[in-house]
Design a protein. Structure first.
Length: 272
């Protein structure tokens, strides 16, 4: 056999080996299988004693919610089974956002909407709840929605307050009951009178409220916008007129929601 031919055969075998390894040995492929992309439906199956863990990253803008659906359940003989549940838990940055038991006829279970700073790691844990030889087939979707002029986390202090302007409506979500606080800062483009308006968007939960408070400076409360509740279902709540000189900054703090995941809107208008 000619030496040149042998060399070509060896090169071909090496190339095929590398090509094959790119499919079965690539560590990036393995790692990517556990990390879920946003706004994509994933189908999985789980059995008792083999819990599963998935991760995802919080988005650059907007809010998220986790949706889970059990699509089918098969017994040990591969026949459709009823009853029994899977346990699904989701958290972001050590905050629980979903804890539910879900079965074949439960429909879709979803967390409420939450807003986090970009790049936080979320975790989803799924396990079968009962020790029977069944296979649970289910779907996961992490929904990311991006309303116009949505708050940019982390805006939990006056130093990181989001800037707002007239003629725009800003949207936000208070993540945690009695813990999360969202700050906004307005810089008057002209000397004059201004009003701030707030709306509680949580019409689905009766009696929900959050509080707003005005600040003349980062650490100086303004009595013209006292610590006042904004109730769900009441429409826009307006402040007193606030006189500001051109270039003067005014701060708004939104906080202390009755429930987790309280959506709200804020706007400011120049008035006579």
């Amino acid at each position: 056999m000619k030496k040149g031919f042998v060399t070509k055969v060896k090169a071909l075998i090496l190339a095929l080996t590398i090509f094959s390894c790119s499919f079965v040995c690539n560590p990036k492929e393995v790692k990517a299988a556990t990390n879920l992309n946003l706004n994509q439906v994933y189908n999985f199956s789980v059995t008792y004693g083999s819990p599963q863990t998935f991760t995802f990253q919080t988005p650059a803008t907007g809010y998220i919610r986790v949706e889970v659906t059990v699509t089918d359940v098969k017994d040990g003989q591969g026949k459709t089974a009823y009853g029994n549940l899977i346990d699904c838990q989701a958290s972001v940055d050590n905050k629980s956002i979903l804890y539910t038991l879900i079965g074949r006829n439960s429909g879709t279970k979803a967390s409420t909407n939450y807003a986090f700073a970009p790049g936080k790691t979320g975790t989803i844990n799924v396990s079968a709840d009962v020790s029977v030889p069944w296979t649970y087939y289910y779907q996961i979707k992490i929904v990311n929605e991006t309303p116009e002029n949505f708050e940019a986390e982390d805006n939990n202090t006056a130093d990181t307050a989001n800037k707002i302007k007239t003629k725009k409506v800003y949207n936000g979500i208070l993540n945690e009951k009695n813990e999360d606080a969202d700050w906004y800062v307005f810089k008057a483009p002209k000397t004059g009178n201004y009003r701030f308006f707030f709306q509680n968007m949580d019409d689905a939960r009766t009696g929900d409220f959050f509080y707003v408070q005005g600040y003349k400076k980062k650490n100086k409360v303004d009595s013209r916008i006292p610590y006042t509740s904004v109730d769900a279902g009441k429409g826009w709540c307006k402040s007193k007129k606030i006189r500001l000189k051109k270039g003067k900054k005014y701060y708004i703090r939104i906080s202390d929601s009755l429930y987790d995941s309280n959506a709200y809107q804020i706007k400011v208008k120049k008035v006579k």
